[in-house]
Write a protein that binds this ligand. Structure first.
Ligand code: GTR
Length: 428
């Protein structure tokens, strides 16, 4: 049949179906949370039980593969030869307390994008290589600290007038606008180094796969990732591992004590990076929500359908099969958390951030605990959701902060305590 005629026929027969928008109205009512059964972490796909550490290594590989093919999309195996260039060094940053360094990492042979700039602060008064936090930022390295010498990003970014991002470009007005999210001086005073990268250096946060790192890996003629391949979160996580590659060459940093941290969409990326790359010694998820720490099957707040609709580029295309169909997912997000075991993991929620489903994030941490226990670790030392602002700390840490969707000083204080506990225990 002629295609136009066919469309007219459809229009005539099912007018609403053609115009109906998918209904992704969020649910905030516990009563409306569907009954669900989570996939069993300690059961292989073939039904065999996981009983030993070596069984777990095999099950871990199976779970990783499921997240790769069904959720975030497959990361290319090919490793790149990275080149670095030091952009700046200031040994007397933060009034002499820290050394600030900027390192450009080129992903190809060309001195052109895609490249990423790592901004690094390392404490000066340390008598040993410093443990470090590594996290991506939303609007450029210049936003995390008001130092006029930090390179102003010229990469595309999401518009935000309040933060001095005009026509998708950072302006001088954007310097230091995110200081509340990055307590640089406190981190340095506590003896930690801090490294950050603008996420858009790795892949700008838009539904476009011609920019960022994806094209480096395309086969000839390929224009976008296939259904099996990675999306933007996958690329961000990969970029975190490339930043880690560099940090491991910095003598002032203790390569065995590098935590990967991220807020919200960048928390999803931090979790996926920490799950894939066991060189990260600690993983911190701040308000990462749907596709991060929160259980998808609860369909509370942001759902799989909604996130794929709003951000079609974040996950692999296969994830769309689970829109309004979470129960058929072969994984749920507690399994992502379990991939971090036995390494320390912190999951943080915020009371007013119902969109990210605090309870779903907490339950996920509980349900990841059996793997920690199998590996001889405590996991999360409670099964009761703690009151607001009362952190619980085991090998898994958790808090629900008062207030809304954000990462602030309170959150960082808890991460520093958590890192002191776990990294301190290991120090000579
Ligand atoms: C929201 C998105 C969340 C979270 C958040 C953020 O729009 O729905 O999943 O990623 O953005 O990154 O701040």
């Amino acid at each position: 049949m002629n295609y136009t005629l066919f469309l007219f026929g459809l229009l005539f027969l099912f007018p609403p179906a053609l115009f109906a928008q998918p209904d992704f109205t969020p649910n905030y009512d516990e009563e409306q949370v569907p009954d669900y059964t989570l996939p069993d972490l300690l059961l292989f796909e073939n039904g065999k039980k996981v009983e030993s550490h070596s069984d777990w290594q095999l099950r871990r590989a199976e779970i990783l593969q499921l997240f790769s093919s069904q959720v975030y999309g497959k990361t290319p195996d090919q490793s790149l030869k990275l080149r670095t260039q030091i952009l700046s060094t200031d040994k007397l940053a933060l009034n002499g307390k820290a050394t600030r360094k900027e390192v450009r990492v080129f992903f190809t042979k060309k001195n052109a994008r895609p490249y990423m700039d790592i901004l690094l602060f390392v404490p000066n008064n340390s008598n040993r290589p410093a443990p470090a936090f590594l996290g991506l930022n939303f609007y450029g390295n210049q936003t995390i600290y008001p130092d006029p010498d930090i390179t102003l990003s010229d990469q595309w970014m999401r518009a935000n007038d309040d933060f001095g991002i005009v026509n998708h470009q950072a302006t001088e007005a954007s310097r230091g606008v995110r200081v509340s999210r990055w307590p640089v001086e406190t981190i340095i005073d506590r003896g930690y180094a801090l490294a950050t990268v603008y996420c858009g250096d790795i892949d700008p946060d838009k539904n476009d796969f011609q920019d960022g790192v994806h094209p480096i890996f395309y086969k000839s003629g390929q224009q976008e990732p296939s259904d099996e391949e990675w999306g933007t979160i996958g690329a961000w996580a990969w970029g975190l591992s490339r930043a880690l590659d560099h940090l491991l060459t910095e003598e002032t940093i203790d390569g065995d004590q590098i935590a990967v941290i991220g807020h919200s969409r960048l928390g999803k990326a931090a979790l996926w990076a920490g799950a894939r790359d066991e060189r990260f010694a600690m993983v911190i998820s701040n308000n990462s929500g749907c596709g991060g720490a929160a259980l998808s099957r609860r369909a509370y707040g942001e759902t799989v359908g909604r996130i794929n609709h709003s951000f079609p580029h974040w996950f692999g295309n296969n994830f769309e099969q689970y829109n309004s169909n979470e129960s058929s997912l072969p994984v749920d997000q507690h399994m992502l958390l379990s991939l971090v075991a036995p390494r320390p993991l912190y999951v943080a929620s915020a009371k007013e951030d119902q969109w990210a489903d605090p309870k779903g994030e907490f339950l996920s941490a509980i349900h990841a605990t059996p793997v920690y226990q199998l590996l001889g670790q405590e996991g999360l030392p409670t099964t009761q959701m703690p009151p607001v602002d009362r952190p619980v700390i085991g090998t898994i840490g958790y808090h629900v902060r008062s207030g809304g969707h954000d990462i602030n000083y309170y959150d960082w204080e808890q991460y520093l305590i958590f890192a002191d506990k776990h990294f301190g225990e290991k120090s000579p």
